[in-house]
Design a protein around this ligand. Structure first.
Ligand code: NAP
Length: 276
């Protein structure tokens, strides 16, 4: 387990998803995102996370097309944004994402935030899945009280919940709920948006293995069986964030990091989704 950058986890529907992928929020088109994706693919990353919100799907599509890596070996995830939710608008948003990415299918399509329209959005997601346009469907930022009604009415269950997860925000109840319902958790902001080095515990643990706090955070997430998508536009950091397969945190070290949980969010609360 956890030996290589392209290690995968099997989703509830049998699809293999890389445990570690590249995040691209705020990776700008026109140079940064193209280079980040091209370099990540070159060094072995196989998962790329984007969203229509990020306004970089075309750049990601060009980087993938120029990478020489077969499309079938790359796991591409995108998301339907808040103002695209609803049945017809989700179908249209999906087609637009496909066109920008230059692909004829997605590996994973996610509802970006829970919203009042999400039941209609989900019916569109189910249709895309049934049509074979997407290999797996899931959600982001869904807490238990968002997941429960979705699960009780869905024909196709979400197989992924991508939500904010890092040492200061662990939401163990939600994690347990997801694990109990075969929903793979994918951690966003795994590096606390660059602030992880402020945690002395992670810096100290890292020093024992000649690893950075960022590497310890990613390793800790992976050892919990959680998947993640750290973002960087810098080659050195893209490589650093994937250089986490040659050390293993002890049970005590895992526990030390578990104890840092303060329920502290860096992003929006899922009950107050960003508008726009
Ligand atoms: N579903 C959702 O609602 C949602 C919300 C937020 C994010 N996401 C996804 O999750 C991904 C990750 O989350 P995130 O981008 O918010 O935060 P993150 O991955 O925790 O942190 C990214 C920040 O950390 C810096 N960084 C990267 N590697 C580093 C390293 N080794 N040492 C120090 N700093 C480092 C990056 O700067 P540089 O780029 O300058 O290196 C960037 O400022 C996103 O990119 C996106 O794909 C999803």
């Amino acid at each position: 387990m956890l030996h290589r950058i392209d290690d995968t986890i099997t989703l509830a529907n049998g699809v293999e998803m890389p445990r570690l992928g590249l995040g691209t929020y705020k990776s700008a088109e026109g140079g940064d995102v193209e280079d980040a994706v091209a370099y990540a693919l070159e060094i072995g990353y196989r998962g790329i996370d984007t969203a229509s919100l990020y306004d970089n799907e075309s750049g990601i599509g060009s980087a993938i097309a120029g990478s020489g890596v077969p499309r079938a070996e790359i796991f591409i995830a995108s998301k339907v944004w808040n103002d695209e939710q609803g049945y017809d608008s989700t179908l249209a948003a999906f087609e637009a994402s496909l066109a920008r990415l230059g692909t004829d299918y997605l590996d994973l399509y996610l509802v970006h935030w829970p919203r009042p329209e999400t039941p209609d959005t989900w019916r569109a997601m189910e249709r895309l899945y049934a049509d074979g346009a997407v290999r797996a469907i899931g959600v982001c930022n869904h807490l238990r009280h968002h997941l429960e009604p979705l699960i009780s009415t869905a024909d196709v269950l979400p197989v992924v919940d991508q939500y904010e997860f890092h040492p200061l925000l662990q939401q163990h109840d939600l994690l347990g709920y997801c694990e109990g319902h075969d929903i793979v958790v994918q951690a966003w902001a795994p590096l606390m948006r660059g602030r992880v080095a402020e945690l002395a515990t992670l810096v100290d643990i890292g020093a024992r293995y000649e690893k950075t706090a960022a590497q310890v955070a990613i390793r800790w997430i992976l050892q919990h069986g959680i998947t993640t998508i750290p973002k960087s536009v810098h080659r050195k950091r893209i490589a650093e964030n994937a250089d986490v397969f040659d050390f293993k945190l002890t049970v005590e070290e895992m526990r030390e990091i578990d104890l840092l949980d303060r329920g502290e969010r860096l992003g929006a609360h899922p009950d107050h989704y960003p508008v726009g």
